[in-house]
Design a protein around this ligand. Structure first.
Ligand code: HPA
Length: 248
């Protein structure tokens, strides 16, 4: 049996998985970090592979960009294929002044402008979207061992890569602050587009989810990394994610 968006048979996908957005990143991870990697799906060119890292079965599955695309792949991974440990590996845009390009960020929690919490809880509660505590401490600990400095905190999963509240006083802002400035004042470190869905889906199924990013651009300072820098930073983050996901 396969699923609507994934041609893998049940049993083809490991219970531990890395989740990049970009299919070519999934291919890169499979080819450069896993041994005996086999592609199990290429529906819509959204690739997935299973191989081994240090002798442990690990899969890597692209998710596409944004909460709707991510939620489709990850719901099927959890509910059809029985995946139990999921680490998103991606890039984020730095917001907080304490972040620099190329920093590694671990999302302890995810705030969101998406309606997924409202759709799930009907407005009765503003459910907190949290990283799995066990994966979080392991990742922080492994980062120390690997000499990778990390920033841990709250991030924003946005539905809109292009929005009109970042540089202007948008509809949601009040007083003298833009919404971005208010979020930064409340400690939001960075912005990306998927983690809230990972933490919600993981909570609902009681499986383990964590998201790790490198800072590819800084929204406030208008900076961007080069393609070469993104590749080196990506390798460090993948090593951290793989060491964390195989740990018992
Ligand atoms: N916005 C949203 N998602 C992102 C960004 C950004 O600036 N950079 C990397 N992912």
């Amino acid at each position: 049996m396969s699923s609507p968006h994934n041609s893998a048979e049940v049993g083809d996908i490991a219970d531990k998985i890395l989740l990049p957005g970009d299919p070519l990143r999934a291919k890169y991870i499979a080819e450069n970090f896993l041994t005996d990697a086999k592609k199990y799906t290429e529906i819509r060119n959204i690739f997935g592979y299973t191989g081994k890292y240090k002798g442990v079965d690990v899969s890597v599955q692209a998710t596409g960009m944004g909460i709707p695309s991510f939620s489709i792949y990850v719901s099927e991974l959890i509910h059809v294929y029985g995946v139990k440990k999921l680490i998103r590996v991606g890039t984020c845009g730095g917001m907080h002044g304490s972040l620099n390009l190329r920093d590694v960020v671990i999302a302890q929690g995810a705030s969101t402008d998406s309606k997924i919490i409202y759709q799930t809880f009907g407005g009765a509660i503003d459910f907190s979207l949290l990283a799995d505590f066990d994966l979080l401490i392991k990742a922080v600990d492994n980062a120390k061992k690997l000499n990778i400095p990390v920033k841990v905190g709250n991030i924003l999963s946005t539905d809109l890569f292009y929005n009109d509240y970042s540089d202007t006083r948008g509809t949601f802002s009040t007083g003298a602050e833009t919404l971005d400035q208010k979020m930064i004042r409340h400690g939001i470190l960075a912005v990306e587009m998927e983690t809230a869905a990972l933490y919600l889906l993981a909570a609902a199924a009681q499986v383990q989810g964590l998201a790790i990013f490198t800072v590819s651009n800084h929204l406030v300072r208008g900076e961007e990394t080069t393609a070469e820098e993104r590749e080196t930073d990506f390798n460090e983050m993948i090593k951290l994610a793989l060491e964390t996901i195989i740990q018992d």
